[in-house]
Write a protein of this length. Sequence first.
Length: 66
Amino acid sequence: MEYSVVVVSEGHDAPGLTYIAPYASTSIAEQFMESGRDVLIVYDDLTQHARAYRELSLLLPPPAGP
């Protein structure tokens, strides 16, 4: 664990935090990758991410369009 970064979002976290957690971990990994380090990303379960996305899409206004 000395060379590990763990990004965790639990079920009781706010939908915005649950939604952004996979993107935040990918950004951290990209930074390590660009500095020449080896990177392994493991996504455990993205069902909470999908649930947060649906909840946020219901709260936000629909996008403008024709």
